[in-house]
Design a protein around this ligand. Structure first.
Ligand SMILES: *[C@@H]1O[C@H](CO)[C@@H](O)[C@H](O)[C@H]1NC(C)=O
Ligand SMILES: *[C@@H]1O[C@H](CO)[C@@H](O)[C@H](O)[C@H]1NC(C)=O
Ligand SMILES: *[C@@H]1O[C@H](CO)[C@@H](O)[C@H](O)[C@H]1NC(C)=O
Ligand SMILES: *[C@@H]1O[C@H](CO)[C@@H](O)[C@H](O)[C@H]1NC(C)=O
Ligand SMILES: *[C@@H]1O[C@H](CO)[C@@H](O)[C@H](O)[C@H]1NC(C)=O
Ligand SMILES: *[C@@H]1O[C@H](CO)[C@@H](O)[C@H](O)[C@H]1NC(C)=O
Length: 481
């Protein structure tokens, strides 16, 4: 109802505006009338291209007779070249109240789209919805017509957009942003991506790309964001990823990548986020990791990496806020150097094969508010203070460490760590029983622990920076999956 009233009011305002503009112009001389002409072919190409995305019932010439002038289309922008209007931006999808939205019927990339030779930005969102009935592929031909000007291509949330990335995308030499997020695309990532030397952002997340990641990143020295997460990519990490010296974020999580971490990681001096979780990476923590001084989030969990956690001098990673190393088959004791990461808020070491005593010094980390240690072989008495347990609450997890115990009397009963027995033998029988109950509670905590990472993450991102917002979306999203 409100929406309807709003729409009526805004169309009223639009009509009034056109009316008053007309009135003003009638009073002026003919040649200052103010209409910049547009070629008929450009105009019809615009109508047709949009019709391809929003459906044939949309009649542009009827609704928007002067789309670059007095009847602007939400999401479409134009610019003047040699005294004529040309379309430079097409954004389709439910972003604003009056945005063009796709209907679910006979959608296609119309050939006329490729006549819009000044187009800089093409994006659509929630468009091709039905992968089963009428799936659509990205055309393979004619992208060269747009090569001079197109800077940004973004197709998001289109499950009915299937097939490969055409290799002709490699002709779009001025492309700065290629975002193909959450579509139904598959096949290999084409080698030709390596020709896009102006790329700042490459996001292919949430499709079903398979095969190796092509080793073509050597020339992409402007790339800031590389997100290939949530696909079916396999093979080794390509070495040229180590040449993305400007990169801020690399997310290759939720694939089937295998082999070693790269010795070249040390070159990524500006990287703030590296997420490689849920892959099949092996062969230990390479020492290049400790050279990534700008890193704020390191997420390597759920990889059979193995090796000793003490192989790195963690102290070098002074900017770390999130360190997620769970389920990696790590061995060794918690190194002292971890207790020097002053900005650390989240530390996940659960489900490894770590041994020794819990490092009491971890308590001195000023920002730490989540610590997961469950599922290891830690032993002895937990020496954290009552206040520390109070602060962390359920964000402390140490269950499934059979030789670990807590000191009776140190903490109030409500802060007793779940699944950990007290250090008195005689109470053990009784508590082994209640452990079974705790297992159930802990199952829940385990589930929640994921969302805590993302919460910690979003708390640290009030800077308003666009990339940040983008990363949070990615992370939170993948945690939800
Ligand atoms: C759009 O509307 C105009 C005028 O009403 C009409 O002449 C034209 O055939 C329509 N075009 C389409 C594609 O429906
Ligand atoms: C993704 O691609 C792989 C390999 O091509 C295929 O085996 C798998 O079934 C696909 N998954 C989905 C969800 O389509
Ligand atoms: C890294 O970031 C700094 C500061 O933002 C910037 O001056 C520098 O050019 C960046 N380095 C690279 C290789 O992009
Ligand atoms: C974990 O590491 C040990 C060697 O320390 C190895 O024998 C075992 O296979 C590894 N487990 C997995 C799941 O990779
Ligand atoms: C875990 O560590 C213990 C002691 O070091 C060792 O006996 C055991 O094989 C390890 N398990 C795995 C899966 O690595
Ligand atoms: C997580 O929660 C889901 C549904 O709430 C449940 O099926 C699953 O077993 C839980 N996982 C763990 C590890 O407890």
């Amino acid at each position: 109802m409100m929406k309807c009233i709003k729409a009526i009011i805004s169309s009223f305002i639009l009509v009034m505006t056109i009316f008053s503009m007309n009135e003003k112009c009638y009073g002026q001389e003919e040649d200052s009338y103010g209409v910049t002409p547009m070629e008929k072919t450009e105009l019809n190409a615009l109508y047709s291209a949009i019709q391809g995305f929003v459906g044939n019932s949309w009649n542009g010439s009827d609704l928007y007779p002067d789309p670059c002038g007095w009847t602007p289309i939400q999401g479409v922008s134009c610019d003047i070249f040699n005294g004529l209007w040309y379309v430079t931006v097409i954004n389709i999808g439910p972003i604003h109240d009056n945005s063009l939205v796709c209907v679910n019927d006979n959608l296609e990339f119309k050939p006329e789209l490729f006549q819009l030779k000044h187009l800089k930005v093409l994006s659509f969102f929630n468009c091709f919805q039905s992968p089963n009935s009428l799936p659509v592929s990205i055309p393979t031909e004619n992208w060269e017509n747009l090569a001079e000007n197109v800077e940004s291509i973004e197709f998001r949330s289109n499950p009915g957009l299937i097939g490969n990335i055409p290799s002709s995308f490699g002709l779009l030499k001025n492309l700065q942003s290629l975002v193909l997020l959450e579509n139904g695309l598959s096949g290999k990532i084409p080698q030709e991506i390596g020709n896009l030397v102006k790329l700042k952002r490459l996001v292919l997340s949430g499709n079903n790309f398979s095969g190796n990641i092509p080793n073509v990143f050597g020339g992409l020295s402007d790339l800031l964001i590389l997100d290939l997460s949530r696909n079916s990519l396999s093979g080794n990490l390509p070495m040229t990823i180590g040449r993305l010296s400007s990169a801020l974020k690399i997310d290759l999580s939720h694939n089937f990548l295998e082999g070693k971490l790269l010795n070249e990681f040390g070159n990524l001096k500006n990287l703030t986020l590296m997420d490689l979780r849920n892959n099949r990476l092996c062969c230990g923590l390479v020492s290049s990791l400790q050279e990534m001084n700008s890193l704020e989030e390191m997420v390597l969990s759920n990889n059979p990496l193995g090796g000793d956690i003490r192989n790195l001098n963690w102290k070098n990673l002074q900017n770390l806020v999130i360190l997620e190393l769970s389920n990696m088959n790590l061995t060794g004791e918690i190194p002292e150097s971890l207790s020097e990461l002053k900005k650390l808020r989240f530390l996940g070491l659960n489900d490894n094969n770590l041994t020794g005593k819990l490092l009491p010094k971890l308590e001195s980390l000023p920002s730490l508010n989540a610590l997961y240690l469950s599922g290891n072989n830690f032993k002895g008495e937990i020496q954290f203070s009552k206040g520390f347990f109070g602060k962390l609450g359920r964000r402390f997890g140490a269950w499934s460490n059979p030789k670990l115990c807590y000191q009776v009397g140190v903490m109030s009963t409500k802060n007793v760590p779940y699944g950990v027995k007290p250090c008195h033998d005689q109470e053990e029988v009784h508590l082994v029983k209640s452990n079974a109950k705790n297992e159930i509670i802990n199952g829940d905590i385990n589930n929640n622990s994921n969302s805590i990472v993302s919460m910690g993450f979003s708390c640290s991102t009030t800077s308003g920076n666009f990339w940040w917002a983008f990363m949070i979306l990615g992370l939170v999203h993948s945690f939800l999956i």
